[in-house]
Unconditional design. Structure first.
Length: 149
């Protein structure tokens, strides 16, 4: 009686775990070293990967060494940062947003559509990054005034 999977050979079938499909499936042996398969191709998703001995799912993931502790990420909402920037701003009224006006980092402006915002960064080519309650927007500034004809 012939079994479904004979001894491994290049071009032959072998049962092993596919990391892309996340299950044990039939694969075609693509490369071998001596009598051991090294590269296989999944017959389902056609992805090529190294042969996993034993055919099962990969073992438990590696644990982090004690010398590299996990640093927790700090998450802050854009609206909270916006409120903090407004509280820190210089006293005075916000500058009405006009594309021809030259803005500097830290300026507070009033945009007709987005509302109050704080200039976070001034970029080259006449662009500024402004933090509004909903998030950051890239706006233009210091445009030359159109010539009156």
């Amino acid at each position: 009686m012939k079994t479904l999977y004979d001894r491994p050979r290049v071009g032959g079938d072998i049962l092993t775990y596919c990391g892309k499909c996340k299950m044990e499936l039939a694969h075609v042996v693509m490369a071998m070293v001596d009598t051991k398969p090294k590269r296989v191709m999944c017959k389902t998703c056609r992805s090529e990967h190294a042969y996993r001995k034993g055919g099962g799912a990969p073992g438990p993931s590696r644990k982090r060494s004690p010398s590299s502790p996990r640093v927790p990420k700090t998450v802050i909402l854009a609206s909270e940062l916006w409120q903090k920037r407004l509280d820190e701003r210089k006293s005075g009224e916000p500058i009405p947003y006009v594309p021809t006006h030259l803005f500097a980092k830290g300026d507070c402006l009033n945009h007709p559509k987005f509302g109050l915002g704080c200039v976070e960064e001034v970029r080259l080519a006449g662009k500024i990054i402004v933090l509004f309650r909903e998030g950051e927007k890239i706006l233009i500034h210091s445009l030359p005034k159109p010539n009156a004809q």
